[in-house]
Design a protein around this ligand. Structure first.
Ligand code: SF4
Ligand code: SF4
Length: 235
């Protein structure tokens, strides 16, 4: 319907191809039929406000881009989040555009959303640089606040693993007890909230510490003991 030449040099390119004989027609295509061995596109020309037919040797449709059919399996394998349109989701659209919620997994190109070649290249270079930073450092800092599980209380129900966004929990097949991988754990606390038996604590954020904080808030313990009195004086 409308040409939006938004990128650098796109408007000039649009002008160039028009000057070389390419015709743009503003309208709504409705149907493609075959007639006498040729392809005919039926459309409404919205500038002329009339129906038109254009004969062509070949019609190329600009269709919407979809994620790869394997994306779902890879997302399950690597514990990646997906957006509403099923592309892989970045950790933050502005601050962490190539990182995922899973540490060490980076996104590049159209797996994250439709992109042109220039955008894909930029994205890929950013992803490669982010991965290189980890490799050059040779060390990874892990979270200090990771989950711990009381082995005596764990029933092996698996509810915690179902909510862990980082794939840090694995059920021990022999002992039927959940185990935490402290390198993968990011200390988000989702598992602690999901565990029906209160078996999980996060280092430095234990239930007792939380309760103490809530109690302090509810009793106003943290407030200044003397709140300055404000007097309104009419003049
Ligand atoms: S604290 Fe978060 S990241 Fe760590 S095991 Fe629990 S749900 Fe997973
Ligand atoms: S939710 Fe609690 S009881 Fe169930 S497996 Fe996880 S830690 Fe064990």
């Amino acid at each position: 319907m409308d040409v939006r030449a938004f990128g650098k040099g796109f408007e000039e390119f649009y002008d160039l191809v028009r000057s070389e004989g390419i015709i743009y027609r503003r309208g709504n295509p409705s149907e493609i039929i075959r007639r006498n061995g040729r392809v005919v596109v039926r459309a409404e020309d919205t500038l002329l406000n009339k129906l038109v037919e254009v004969e062509a040797d070949q019609v190329v449709l600009a269709v919407g881009m979809l994620p790869h059919p394997e994306a779902k399996r890879i997302a399950q394998l690597l514990k990646l989040s997906r957006s509403e349109d099923n592309f892989f989701m970045e950790a933050h659209p502005k601050l962490r555009p190539v990182e995922t919620a899973t540490a060490g997994v980076f996104l590049a190109g159209c797996c994250q959303g439709p992109k042109d070649i220039a955008e894909s290249l930029t994205h890929a270079r950013a992803a490669a640089s982010s991965a290189l930073i980890l490799l050059i450092n040779g060390q990874v800092q892990v979270e200090a606040a990771t989950a711990t599980i009381d082995r005596d209380l764990c029933a092996g129900c698996g509810q915690c693993a179902a909510v862990c966004p980082y794939g840090a929990l694995t059920l021990h097949l022999v002992h039927n007890i959940m185990t935490v991988n402290p390198v993968l754990c990011r200390g988000c606390g989702s598992c602690a909230a999901a565990c029906p038996s209160g078996t999980i604590n996060v280092h430095h954020f234990t239930f007792d510490q939380f309760m103490a904080q809530i109690e302090a808030l509810s009793t106003g313990f943290w407030l200044p003991t003397k709140i300055p009195k404000i007097e309104m004086v009419a003049t």
